[in-house]
Write a protein that binds this ligand. Structure first.
Ligand code: HEC
Length: 156
């Protein structure tokens, strides 16, 4: 009887630990920011890595629009691919638990949208369709920027 109680206690404790980890993973490391957004707490290197990814996204988006206006679908596909899931490998692993799950979803969804742009550009070669897809993907840029900031907490 005693050992039965003990194992229930153990189960309860383990469930609590799992719950705490799940919670931390879901919310990430964020604090309210004075501009009304949520500030993701990062190291200097993590922030720099993410901002570099962002600048690449912007550059590729501009490049895709320039290419589609010239009906150059091979370039559209290449640029879209380098904004897609394949580029996720460059993201530092330490960020995984710091970024809130909602933000991760938005980030992955953006990458998947770029992968779709690449596939459709090669297959359909339809500029109206590609432009529409770029515009839809860029709604994610707008949505995420409206909600989150990156702050460097190491150099304070
Ligand atoms: C999942 C969230 C998310 C998505 C999606 C996202 N961004 Fe960002 N981006 C951020 C955050 C957070 C910052 C930092 C903003 C701040 O701290 O004020 C940022 C910053 C930037 C910057 C500034 C870079 C610098 O060097 O300061 C650029 C440019 C940028 N994003 C472009 C884009 C473009 C283009 C897209 C869409 C193709 C995009 N972002 C999609 C979260 C996102």
């Amino acid at each position: 009887m005693k050992s039965c109680k003990l194992s229930w206690l153990l189960v309860a404790m383990l469930s609590m630990i799992v719950a705490v980890f799940t919670y931390k993973f879901t919310v990430g490391e964020v604090k309210p920011s004075d501009d009304g957004r949520l500030a993701v707490q990062l190291s200097k290197d993590e922030r720099n890595a993410l901002l570099l990814e962002m600048r690449t996204w912007l550059q590729n988006s501009q490049g895709m629009l320039a290419a589609v206006s010239a009906q150059d679908f091979a370039t559209v596909a290449n640029l879209a691919k380098s904004s897609g899931m394949a580029a996720e490998a460059e993201t530092p692993g330490s960020l995984f638990r710091k970024i809130p799950v909602e933000m991760k979803k938005l980030g992955f969804d953006t990458r998947q949208k770029f992968d779709e742009i690449a596939i459709d550009a090669e297959k359909l070669k339809d500029s109206q369709h590609t432009i529409k897809q770029i515009s839809t993907a860029m709604n994610n840029c707008v949505a995420c920027h409206a909600t989150y900031r990156f702050v460097d907490i190491t150099s304070r």
